[in-house]
Design a protein. Structure first.
Length: 150
């Protein structure tokens, strides 16, 4: 599916908390990994951000934990860009158990594009926007995985 970035990951022992399931903070780390992986995959690597003197910072996160995930489970990690504003963008995330395609968690992050020199929000450059395909309907992503297209 154009615009979608995803990979599978086995839940490792270090992701598990005292309650025996994936720790809430691990999802935040996975979300950051997905966002930077997607960006790099589309040509926006750390080096490119440094060269253009810009970066992204997080304004807010929202995570809905639907069911627990446990050590040894294979999870599908997915992300896509929902929309672009002048200087911010909403990115969405989906975590599914690979064996039954049940949604484990869904999340979103509001990212703000920053000029590294001033530290202030800056307009998202057209060359960045053109490098990504927006997916405005979450149901399209869910259908992609549930229907077995992946």
């Amino acid at each position: 599916m154009d615009g979608l970035f995803f990979y599978n990951r086995v839940v490792l022992p270090e992701a598990i908390d005292a309650n025996g399931h994936v720790n809430n903070l691990v999802y935040l780390k996975w979300m950051q990994d997905l966002a930077t992986g997607h960006s790099s995959d589309r040509g926006w690597t750390f080096s490119r951000y440094q060269e253009t003197r810009c970066t992204w910072v997080i304004r807010s996160h929202s995570i809905e934990y639907i069911r627990p995930s446990f050590e040894g489970e294979m999870l599908i990690h997915a992300t896509w860009i929902h929309d672009f504003g002048v200087n911010q963008s909403k990115r969405k995330y989906l975590f599914l158990r690979d064996s039954d395609r049940k949604v484990i968690a869904r999340a979103e992050t509001l990212w703000v594009f920053i000029d590294l020199k001033t530290g202030k929000p800056a307009s998202i450059p057209p060359e960045f926007k053109s490098g990504f395909t927006l997916i405005p309907a979450d149901q399209d992503v869910l259908h992609f995985f549930i229907s077995g297209q992946k």
